[in-house]
Write a protein that binds this ligand. Structure first.
Ligand SMILES: [Zn+2]
Length: 400
């Protein structure tokens, strides 16, 4: 089974967690004190002040944090900020955790981490951490970010959390790897430049045209970065992004990046690698136009259509388009069927005026509109093509 065509966009949903605050009336000063610690940490990291950064850390955590500080500096990101979401989650500590630190007070807060890579990204990427704070001599210190792992609330891990980072820069692409991955990063950089040219030629959609690619050293490392619970050994590449629920209308897609599974990616021929990079670039390029009404059939179909053309698959006479879960489950044949159907239907839409990109953009702009995704997709079809989506599917099926 060739792994090459199996890849899907991973939506990391940064959904607000809601838990009752046990000390709702007395928490305002505490919340402010914790935010102050976070602001000092972020400021120290931005300035490269290692001592100031480590002064926010409780002693046993300092060795880990010192290494992370150095790696984060080597990654060279900018606009780094930390925001405590006490309003969403309150104190997430458990009785066992508080007993561990007693008599010192300890709390766990949900923290949003925002940053971007200057020159390559305009919007901020967003991840979530769960930080344990303990009060020592009247000052709050960060003491852990793994205390809620056991209940499935994992702090995000970025490449720089797992070791030093090498930056390989070209005008349109920044490839981040560990130093041992630098030779492979050079191959990726060459491939991504060709893929960018193919994306530009095949997709008429405005975007900034620059991308950050993350190259972990192993599948195991990839699994930790994606917080994945599925077997990643058959997956090659992912485009990934977050959804910022703190945006004014409650939905904004954050900066998208590409992450590669080095173990599978480099087992493929250079031309297949370029197809895959083109496919992922379409996901990145379309993020600005995407919205809550998108389904995988449209995202994956468009990415495959641009990367590899309309393909040999003719229309499917049953007119069925796959549900999202079919792109990641059910075995290689089923996954291939999902991609084949989607690409074929997108090719059908692309041949109709005003084209599939017009449909994609109209659907993506439907934010804060009531109704299911199917309803939004149907409304967009009526608006763009003048007929319901079911009618388009029927026409597609008859064209088989
Ligand atoms: Zn994809």
């Amino acid at each position: 089974v060739r792994a090459g065509r199996i890849c899907f966009a991973l939506l990391i949903l940064v959904a607000p967690l809601r838990a009752p605050s046990r000390r709702a009336t007395a928490t305002v000063p505490l919340e402010m004190a914790l935010q102050q610690v976070l602001d000092q940490r972020a400021d120290a990291l931005r300035r490269g002040d290692r001592a100031a950064f480590l002064s926010s850390v409780d002693e046993p955590f300092a060795v880990t944090e010192a290494a992370r500080f150095d790696s984060a500096r080597s990654a060279g990101f900018s606009d780094y900020s930390l925001r405590l979401r006490w309003d969403l989650a309150g104190d997430l500590s458990t009785a066992a955790l508080r007993a561990r630190f007693a008599p010192a007070p300890a709390v766990v807060g949900q923290v949003e981490v925002r940053l971007r890579f200057d020159g390559y990204e305009t919007k901020l990427a967003l991840t979530t951490d769960f930080l344990t704070f303990v009060e020592r001599d009247g000052a709050w210190k960060v003491t852990s970010d793994i205390d809620l792992d056991g209940i499935g609330l994992l702090s995000s891990r970025e490449l720089w959390d797992l070791g030093p980072v090498s930056r390989l820069e070209s005008p349109d692409a920044l490839v981040l790897s560990h130093p041992d991955g630098l030779p492979r990063a050079k191959d990726v950089q060459a491939g991504i430049e060709s893929a960018l040219a193919r994306e530009r030629a095949g997709l008429d959609i405005p975007w900034r045209g620059k991308v950050v690619v993350v190259l972990p050293s192993s599948s195991a490392e990839l699994g930790r970065l994606l917080q994945s619970t599925v077997d990643l050994t058959t997956f090659v590449a992912f485009a990934y992004w977050g959804v910022d629920r703190a945006a004014p209308d409650g939905y904004a897609i954050t900066e998208a990046r590409i992450i590669l599974n080095a173990d599978t990616f480099f087992s493929l021929s250079p031309s297949v690698r370029e197809d895959i990079l083109t496919h992922e670039l379409v996901h990145v390029a379309t993020r600005e136009k995407a919205g809550p009404g998108m389904s995988s059939w449209l995202d994956e179909g468009l990415a495959d259509f641009v990367a590899t053309g309309r393909g040999t698959a003719s229309a499917f006479s049953d007119g069925q388009i796959p549900e999202d879960w079919r792109f990641g489950a059910g075995g290689a044949d089923a996954v291939r069927d999902a991609y084949g159907r989607s690409r074929s239907f997108v090719a059908f839409l692309a041949a109709r005026q005003p084209g599939v990109v017009a449909y994609y953009s109209t659907l993506g702009a439907m934010v804060a509109v009531p109704g299911s995704r199917e309803r939004l997709q149907d409304d967009a079809a009526r608006r763009v093509f003048g007929v319901p989506l079911a009618e388009l599917r029927a026409q597609w099926a008859r064209s088989s």
